[in-house]
Design a protein around this ligand. Structure first.
Ligand code: TMP
Length: 211
């Protein structure tokens, strides 16, 4: 995963437990870069292509009982589709690609949360993405109670998992940030969105060399 990206564009990913506020921040970054006239696109995982959106419906369907390995492979299948059809060509054209979740979510949810073998999980990321590594990743970290209070009233299949599961997922994200400090920035997501965005913007300016 440490291999240097050779693409022209920039891939920036937004990560964290459900209810951490990452999607709000991804939207703010999108608007900010648009105003600066950057070529920017906001994608989400799983999703953002017809096949991946269908896989998303399956993955989040509470009525389905999905074995852990099947779940892992479906997330990676959605990622493989999105990477091939959108992320790779956009990066080759020099765009700034914002992705609301990427492979760190799989490490945290399926690796730490489901307790699948982390090495095996990471090797699947490489296959699904063809070794694309985000240039910058934000992990929005917040306590489980605050996160739960920010979620909608109708939890999906993943959101409906136990407190212990979500605790492991949070620890997974913290561990990813601890071990990949250069790429992954851990942001305290308990303040108000505008205050969080100030921090995000400062990091972004440095990383994208914006004035
Ligand atoms: P979202 O609600 O943030 O769009 O994400 C959908 C759900 O899927 C969320 O509960 C996290 C989960 N998820 C995984 O378990 N593994 C993954 O690889 C990804 C991308 C999401």
């Amino acid at each position: 995963m440490k291999k240097q990206n050779k693409h022209k564009g920039r891939l920036i990913t937004f990560e964290g437990i459900d209810g951490c506020g990452k999607s709000v921040q991804a939207g703010k970054v999108f608007n900010y870069l648009k105003k600066l006239k950057k070529e920017v696109i906001l994608l989400r995982e799983p999703g953002s292509t017809p096949v991946a959106e269908k896989l998303r419906k399956i993955l989040l369907d509470k009525k389905l009982d999905i074995p852990d390995l099947t779940e892992l492979l479906l997330y990676e299948a959605a990622r493989s589709e999105l990477t091939a059809l959108k992320i790779r060509p956009l990066l080759a054209n020099g765009a700034v690609v914002l992705c609301d979740r990427f492979y760190d979510s799989t490490t945290a949810y399926q690796g730490y949360g489901r307790k699948l073998n982390i090495k095996m999980v990471k090797s699947l990321h490489k296959i699904a993405t063809g070794n694309i590594v985000p240039d910058l990743t934000f992990v929005f970290d917040v306590d489980l109670k605050t996160a739960a209070s920010r979620r909608g009233k109708n939890p999906d299949r993943l959101e409906s998992q136990s407190l212990a599961f979500h605790k492991r997922v949070r620890r997974g994200f913290q561990e990813i940030a601890r071990t990949e400090k250069r790429r992954v920035k851990l942001i305290d997501s308990s303040p108000l969105p505008d205050m969080i965005f100030e921090q995000v913007k400062a990091i972004l300016k440095r990383k994208l060399k914006l004035t």
